[in-house]
Design a binder for this molecule. Structure first.
Ligand code: TRP
Ligand code: ZN
Length: 908
């Protein structure tokens, strides 16, 4: 598709479909190059007056068309490349459509495609129209019966949604399976799979005592890597029953792993299809991070069965209805798993680790998006290509908006709201407003004076609000007054929409106060409008929740004799940026004694940010700057605070990411920033060498590998210590890294050592290790992805190295995981290499975007987004980035996907 035939779609243009689709019968005769699809659709007009029947299409041709058994001549319908329209139909009728597909030639991995030796489908958002002519929109739901046939030897397994009705042998070595899905679903949840697989399965009982069969299908020979996936699936079932009372509604739930996949995974009803990177995990080949990602994505897709499938979206503008809510649910699932079996205080620290990780992802990916040319509310108002709106905003900020409702209603209120939502909408395709209505119904019952009308602005306004805080201490009255004011600049399309007036948000803002020596103070408010949080208070945090709903509001607390230190936005209670002028000493107090573990981490990050940005400035001017004593002392103290869990301590001691830091710079100087961050790391490695060495020795995890959060935390702290020491050029650590690489009993330790060697070791051993690793793992694609990624992000890697690796026989642009591991990793996570003055990084980007675009536009447009914030970079880079964008924009035959991204970027 080109730009011309991809007009902007507006949310306000929504019209209900004029027909119900009572049943779908699909017959798919699978063949590598000539798959024949016959679909029989039973429609009934909703109104007495006749209406046009509009069916979508993409890249398919019409072989035959029958209406109520009669062939339709070409004059009986209108056919364009993307639409089939039959005018003026009424009553009930049956349409039969036949199409022929070439799955082997489908490099987009949307619709029906081949990967390895199997057939797979991907239909969200608009892939079903690449299989057959169809009302391909989420508010048209139907009951599907699917008949699959294929060569029996090559494709012994034939899978689709729901329950297996029959399997039979056919002539010519073929066989057939019939599947029936008893639940109404939109076309985007359809799936089929055919191939030969290893299967791991288990029958479990639901809380109502029903037996359900859980199955994991993966490539032949990979069964020993699916134990964790199956266990994660079982935990997901139990968790959704316990926390939300939601039971699996099918007799059978299947997950299939595939190597070629555009995203993480897909929640097709009863037949989830997963990127193999989110299924396969064993200690030898998967890191701790991989294990937890597998668990999180399995949870995510499973939880969609209720939030997404049983209740689905009316149109794609409502995407956050299912995605924001399901991300929130998977975050809570992971947090509950991490806290399982721990005492209150340890549980709070485990949950804080998860919160820190989630907030870091939000700040690194969503904050820049919300400040750039693609900024959009979690419920967008328009799009050109829906594939471009599976964004950090819809997913991660969407989850924050759900989390704020959870905070405002409390855990019990939120659960009641969810129950109400399912009572009202089970089986329907609904809107974000419908969700908030259900929550509001519960909220107003317990808070009679309040509603969620201001809160709803989170769905219609974009941008990250800035909350400026001032604190006034009145020594005579012994009171403290906190004043909060909010400001949200116009962003993205808001800037070009005339008369767009931005209104204040409803911001739940959790605060605490500490004495100057770090003791938590009880908060007694004069008017008592701030609410106590409905969460456990293991350390006497005394957290109060302020609800900012106007531009500016104040709260006064009594009985506070001396000037306290404010602890703000505890647990990141809203997706905002806090502005408060803490002194360095105050931050040091918070970073060492805030009882709220999230806020404590936040204060440490603020201190480190000051150091790194200060040094960036100095380096640019050719100056040096020593680390501040206070900062070093905080780092050392936290490093030695044995009362803290290792995983939490590792987060405390990790420097803020380059992406987070870049957000605080104007203009962005990526190379200086990267060097400054590196220098701070090196310095901390030197000044605390003794402490780091002790930490390295103390956090070994001998014995059988287990991915549990306690052991994973120890490994992350140990490997962090190793990298600090190696950054500082510590000889002993360098030897230790080589030993650890050779002796590693699991992939986490292996990668921890190899990463440190590749980044910091300058002798022959570096290249030896790279070669050794490749030879050892060359037959495992997921491990080789890591090998490419490690080199792509290594400190001294430049474009030539990337070009060399692109010529490696194991490299291919066609496999999305491989393209991501090398090209995306370089462009996103190697500032010095990508932003090289000579423009070689940008030239590589231009070539890669165009090459990918002709293979797979969905993947290409994700790479295109790397240049979103070009206008915020230092002038010399800015102009080069701009001309790269123009080069892509002007390329003939550019997809509508990439076109939308680059033209919006250049519009700024
Ligand atoms: N709905 C999926 C999820 O969030 C993701 C998804 C959307 C997807 N579109 C896709 C996956 C296209 C693969 C390809 O879980
Ligand atoms: Zn999802």
């Amino acid at each position: 598709m080109t730009e011309e035939n991809s007009p902007t779609v507006y949310r306000s243009d929504y019209q209900p479909y004029p027909f119900t689709l009572d049943a779908v019968a699909l017959n798919v005769e699978l063949d590598e190059n000539r798959t024949v699809v016959t679909s029989t659709l039973s429609f009934t007009a909703k109104n007495a007056a006749p209406a046009d029947l509009v069916l979508n299409a993409e890249d398919i041709s019409l072989d035959a068309l029958h209406l109520d058994g009669q062939p339709l001549g070409a004059d009986a319908y209108e056919l364009t490349p993307d639409l089939l329209v039959i005018a003026q139909l009424s009553g009930s009728f049956e349409l039969r459509v036949q199409t022929t597909l070439d799955p082997a030639a489908n490099s987009l991995f949307m619709g029906l495609y081949k990967s390895g030796s199997g057939f797979f489908t991907q239909c969200e958002a608009e892939g079903f129209r690449r299989i057959t002519y169809f009302p391909d929109r989420p508010d048209v739901m139907s009951i599907y019966t699917v008949t699959l046939s294929a060569d029996k030897e090559k494709y012994p397994y034939l899978l689709s949604n729901g329950n297996l009705v029959s399997s039979t042998d056919l002539p010519d070595g073929r066989h057939q399976a019939v599947w029936h899905d008893p639940f109404h679903k939109p076309s985007y949840l359809f799936a089929l799979v055919a191939g030969d697989f290893d299967v791991r399965e288990k029958t479990v009982k639901t809380h109502n005592g029903r037996d359900v069969l859980l199955q994991i299908y993966s490539d032949k020979g990979s069964r020993d890597k699916t134990e964790w996936a199956l266990a994660s699936l079982e935990r997901s079932l139990v968790w959704d029953e316990k926390r939300f009372g939601l039971e699996l509604d099918l007799d059978r739930f299947m997950i299939v792993a595939v190597r070629d996949f555009n995203m993480g995974a897909m929640e097709n009803k009863g037949l989830n299809i997963f990127n193999s990177g989110y299924v396969l995990a064993d200690p030898d080949t998967a890191t701790d991070a991989n294990f937890s990602a597998v668990e999180a994505v399995i949870g995510h897709e499973y939880f969609h069965n209720w939030t997404g499938n049983r209740v689905t979206c009316r149109d794609w503008f409502q995407l956050s209805l299912k995605e924001g809510l399901t991300v929130f649910r998977d975050q809570e699932f992971t947090a509950d798993m991490m806290a399982a079996g721990l005492d209150d205080q340890a549980a709070a620290s485990a949950r804080a680790v998860k919160r820190i990780d989630d907030v870091s992802v939000l700040r690194a990916g969503q904050f820049p998006e919300d400040a750039g040319p693609m900024a959009h509310p979690i419920r967008p108002d328009s799009y050109e290509s829906i594939g471009n709106f599976y964004t950090a905003t819809v997913y991660e900020k969407g989850a924050e908006v759900i989390r704020m409702q959870h905070t405002l209603l409390g855990a019990h209120g939120f659960r009641d709201g969810m129950d109400e939502y399912f009572r009202r909408h089970d089986g329907q395709a609904v809107t974000c407003d419908d969700f908030v209505n259900a929550m509001e119904y519960v909220y107003t019952k317990s808070h009679p004076q309040r509603d969620l009308s201001i809160f709803r602005r989170w769905y219609s306004q974009a941008g990250t609000p800035r909350v400026q805080v001032t604190m006034n201490h009145d020594a005579a009255q012994q009171t403290v007054t906190l004043t909060l004011s909010q400001q949200t600049p116009l962003v993205g399309v808001e800037k070009i929409r005339k008369d767009f007036v931005k209104k204040p948000f409803h911001i739940p803002f959790a605060v605490g106060l500490l004495s100057a020596d770090g003791q938590p103070l009880a908060l007694n408010e004069i008017n008592d409008s701030a609410s106590q949080l409905n969460t456990p208070d293991p350390k006497g945090e005394h957290t109060r929740l302020l609800e900012l709903t106007e531009q500016s509001q104040s709260w006064t607390f009594t009985g506070i004799a001396t000037k306290p230190v404010p602890s703000l936005l505890r647990d990141f209670s809203a997706p905002v940026i806090v502005q408060y002028e803490w002194t360095e000493k105050e931050l040091a107090v918070l970073a060492q004694s805030d009882p709220n573990p999230f806020a404590r981490w936040e204060a440490g990050q603020a201190l480190a940010t000051r150091e790194i940005l200060g040094l960036t400035n100095a380096l640019q001017k050719g100056e040096q700057a020593a680390l501040s004593e206070t900062f070093v002392q905080v780092w050392k103290n936290n490093l030695q605070d044995a009362g803290l869990d290792a995983g939490y301590r590792a987060r405390l001691l990790t420097l803020p990411s380059e992406k987070f830091l870049a957000e605080q710079m104007d203009p962005i100087e990526p190379v200086w920033l990267s060097r400054a961050r590196q220098a701070v790391r090196e310095n901390l490695g030197k000044v605390a060498a003794t402490e780091w060495t002790a930490t390295l020795q103390d956090n070994d995890t001998p014995g059988t590998y287990s991915p549990d959060p306690i052991s994973a935390g120890r490994r992350s702290l140990k490997n962090l210590a190793l990298s600090y020491l190696m950054a500082a050029g510590d000889e002993a650590a360098c030897q230790q890294a080589l030993v650890q690489y050779q002796a590693a009993q699991n992939m986490t330790d292996c990668m921890g050592a190899l990463g440190a060697i590749v980044n910091y070791h300058h002798g022959d051993k570096r290249q030896e290790a790279i070669v050794d690793f490749y030879e050892k793992w060359q037959h495992n694609p997921l491990v080789i992805d890591k090998w490419f990624a490690l080199q792509a992000t290594a400190a001294d890697t430049r474009t030539e190295t990337i070009r060399g690796l692109m010529a490696h026989p194991a490299f291919s642009l066609r496999n999305p995981n491989r393209a991501r591991s090398l090209i995306f990793q370089f462009c996103i996570n190697n500032a010095e290499g990508f932003h090289n003055q000579d423009g070689s990084g940008y030239a590589l980007w231009t070539e890669a975007v165009l090459a990918l675009d002709s293979i797979n536009p969905e993947v290409a447009s994700r790479l295109a987004r790397v240049m979103d914030n070009w206008a915020r970079y230092t002038p010399a880079l800015q102009s080069q980035m701009k001309s790269s964008l123009e080069q892509v924009r002007d390329h003939e035959g550019l997809s509508s996907n990439v076109s939308e991204i680059v033209s919006k970027a250049l519009r700024i």
